[in-house]
Write a protein that binds this ligand. Structure first.
Ligand code: ARG
Length: 465
């Protein structure tokens, strides 16, 4: 600490007033890293407690430090703490205030550590609690999605490939497809948390420290699974931040896909769903407009999150061991990613359960698009036709439907028999939307009974968390 203070005094002495102010501002991180203040104090309390246990600090010194840091936390919480750019970062600001409050003992806190292991510890602690908040929000979103699916197992909509009507599907089945994406995101988040949850504290500047520190003790006190293995790696590793941003980029990509569908579906052209007014905004010029701003904004925010991932990858590329000041650039992309993900998930978790399915409209769209053509082909296969020939026959029937404006189910039996003489009256069972959907009755299929079972399994998975 004293060395670092001298260094900062040295800068003050060597530069002209104007340059000094600029360099101070340019190199400072306190403007953004003060958001890790609580984690910094938590880390310092664990470090001080350990120093006392190994005999580096006396019990009364520890008590002073604890009381001082508690006071600092109170000042930060109530907004009276004076953050100073001259003190560079969150670590030096807190330590300087501690020394102001308790005197010389404050200067002993930095024994056996460096800001390099300190900052690595703080980010891990910060990100770990952010991950826990995000996991809770993601679970809430999945819950809402699954509930909506369970209410819509037999709501029929057109399923699409190439955004062209393909086959009828259950709306619940579509919603559960979203849930599968989110389920994988949750798994990735937990993987990231598991690798993140190791304590770099004790690596000191890069090589460890000469004091008889107990790294197991600080690791356990801070809720880490264990200490990290290598001091050089500990102060330079930011893999966990990259992994988190990779998780976030994929999550936001999924939310952007959902957003895209919501935007399409709320248009009058689709009219598949309605979003409550509270998630939409109007136009200042066109009185009829009700714009799906929330999904549009989430769709747009994938850009900054992808950008943040690339920033961090590029930040770490070619960095020699061990700590480099470059690493101070990790925080803003990481914090921005956390904020974006938290807000986007919150918006979605609130919004998704409020979706109202426009069932008639979905049904009509499925009916209009010859969505049961494959079912007719499968029916013909049942009569003994090879699938390719059946495909050809149905293609002709569809062409007739396009010209005559009739859906397959609307053609009379005699008309259908002009395409294949063997067709019987039982064909109409497979041409209905309900028949088509119910026939896909296997694990992962869209039959309402399967969707109900899938929703139950999905809920059970949430309960295991
Ligand atoms: N503010 C710095 C960062 O964010 C803390 C570590 C600085 N260490 C150093 N030796 N200059 O990375």
């Amino acid at each position: 600490m004293s060395k670092e203070q001298d260094t900062s005094k040295l800068w003050g002495g060597r530069f002209s007033e104007a340059t000094d102010a600029f360099v101070q501002r340019f190199t400072a991180s306190v403007q953004f890293d003060q958001r890790m203040a609580t984690e910094d104090i938590t880390g310092s309390l664990a470090h001080a407690d350990m120093l006392c246990r190994v005999g580096v600090l006396s019990a009364s010194e520890l008590a002073e430090i604890q009381q001082g840091l508690t006071q600092v936390q109170t000042e930060i919480d109530n907004g009276s703490f004076q953050w100073s750019i001259a003190l560079e970062d969150v670590h030096m600001n807190i330590e300087a205030r501690l020394t102001e409050l308790i005197g010389v003992t404050g200067k002993k806190l930095h024994t056996g550590r460096s800001r390099n292991d300190q900052v690595a510890t703080d980010i891990r602690l910060y990100l770990r609690s952010a991950i826990d908040r995000i996991a809770a929000e993601l679970t809430r979103l999945q819950h809402g999605t699954i509930e909506l699916a369970a209410q819509n197992t037999d709501t029929i909509m057109p399923g699409f490939t190439h955004l062209q009507t393909a086959q009828p599907v259950s709306f619940g089945h579509h919603l559960l497809a979203w849930n599968e994406m989110l389920q994988r995101d949750y798994g990735r988040l937990m993987d990231c948390r598991a690798r993140l949850n190791q304590s770099p504290l004790g690596a000191a500047a890069l090589a460890g420290t000469t004091y008889p520190i107990d790294r197991e003790h600080t690791a356990a006190a801070l809720g880490f699974d264990k200490p990290t293995e290598n001091s050089l790696d500990s102060v330079s590793d930011r893999d966990f931040a990259i992994e988190f941003c990779a998780f976030a980029a994929l999550l936001m990509t999924h939310l952007s896909r959902v957003s895209e569908e919501l935007v399409l579906w709320t248009s009058v052209q689709f009219n598949f769903i309605e979003l409550p007014d509270r998630f939409c905004t109007g136009s200042s010029i066109m009185p009829q407009k009700k714009n799906p701003d929330v999904p549009e904004l989430v769709r747009g925010k994938v850009g900054r999150v992808n950008g943040n991932l690339v920033s961090l990858l590029t930040l770490m590329k070619s960095q020699p061991l061990a700590y480099n000041k470059d690493n101070q650039e990790d925080k803003e992309p990481l914090f921005d990613t956390v904020d974006t993900v938290v807000d986007s998930l919150r918006a979605f978790a609130d919004m998704i359960p409020s979706i109202r399915a426009q069932k008639e409209s979905m049904r009509e769209a499925a009916r209009r698009g010859f969505s049961t053509a494959t079912d007719l082909a499968d029916y013909l296969v049942g009569l003994g036709l090879p699938f390719r020939d059946a495909h050809e026959v149905v293609g002709k029937a569809v062409a007739h439907g396009v010209n005559s404006g009739l859906d397959l189910a609307e053609m009379d039996l005699a008309t259908l028999q002009t395409f294949c003489a063997d067709i019987n009256a039982d064909v109409f069972e497979v041409l209905t939307l309900e028949g088509s959907v119910a026939a896909r009755d296997h694990l992962g299929g869209t039959a309402p009974a399967q969707v109900t079972a899938a929703a139950e399994r999905a809920l059970a998975r949430l309960q295991e968390r």
